[in-house]
Design a protein. Structure first.
Length: 256
């Protein structure tokens, strides 16, 4: 089996851990969560004249898990997410032994426990590359080696975009990255292409489709090699609009 196939297979394995998160014998799809609260609260507190030192102290409380919200900041592994669910369930007296999978998903949403787009892609690739003992850590590939085990929290969409090579739609293959941009050109969202049963799928974490959270949708191309995905979109722009405005592209990491 080739290196790319090994990585693809392991990424798919890890995606299934998010798609079927096992908690006390129940399975739940990990919902979407992105850590925008800290930035928004920081801005508001500064507007109210609160010093940066006090602001740092406020978010230090979140870091110690004294407040049952937003743990792992949308960047957690399946194991970290499962552990967080068990801890907040205990805090709230929520009996996981009688909970349904959907009930657990609702608890996760209420407590800000989930995964965001770049967090999902980072953890899929990091898991796969470590499993095969790849020659280079993902954090090094993304220019984040100085952050060591905290690199995942710095690995936003922009980091992946800066360290991947833009490719044509006609050349898309497994492990390529989907990248979308705002009207101002800022990278906002991403996913990763995975092969399953000889077909291409897009794995992503998003709140723009139903149901929200981790999602695997078949990737299709028309006769002009224009891509699309088979999803039920509830927010955001159709791919055709993004492509027409040069706001959707695919990138390729150097995984040779």
């Amino acid at each position: 089996m080739s290196l790319a196939l090994d990585i693809n297979s392991l990424c798919l394995e890890r995606f299934n851990d998010y798609d079927n998160l096992l908690i006390d014998g129940k399975r739940a799809r990990v919902p979407y969560f992105i850590n925008l609260i800290q930035a928004d609260l920081t801005t508001e507190m500064r507007n109210q004249g609160i010093s940066d030192e006090l602001i740092k102290g406020v978010f230090g409380v979140f870091g110690t898990e004294k407040i049952p919200f937003g743990w792992n900041k949308g960047k957690g592994t399946p194991e970290q997410i499962s552990d967080a669910v068990r801890k907040v369930a205990e805090i709230y007296g929520y009996d996981l032994s009688i909970a349904t999978g959907e009930g657990i998903r609702n608890l996760m949403r209420m407590c800000g426990i989930g995964i965001e787009c770049s967090g999902l892609v980072y953890n899929l690739l990091d898991y796969a590359l470590k499993k095969i003992e790849y020659k280079k850590d993902l954090r090094v590939m993304l220019g984040l080696d100085e952050f060591k085990n905290r690199a995942v929290y710095r690995a936003g969409v922009g980091a992946f975009a800066r360290n991947s090579q833009k490719i044509e739609f006609s050349s898309v293959e497994p492990l390529d990255l989907l990248l979308t941009k705002s009207e101002e050109g800022e990278y906002l969202h991403m996913g990763i292409v995975i092969e399953k049963n000889k077909e291409l799928y897009l794995c992503q974490a998003t709140n723009s489709i139903y149901p929200d959270g981790v999602n695997m949708s078949r990737l299709t191309f028309d006769k002009q090699d224009i891509p699309d995905v088979e999803t039920k979109r509830v927010l955001g722009y159709p791919w055709k609009t993004l492509i027409a405005e040069n706001r959707l592209e695919f990138g390729r990491l150097d995984l040779q």
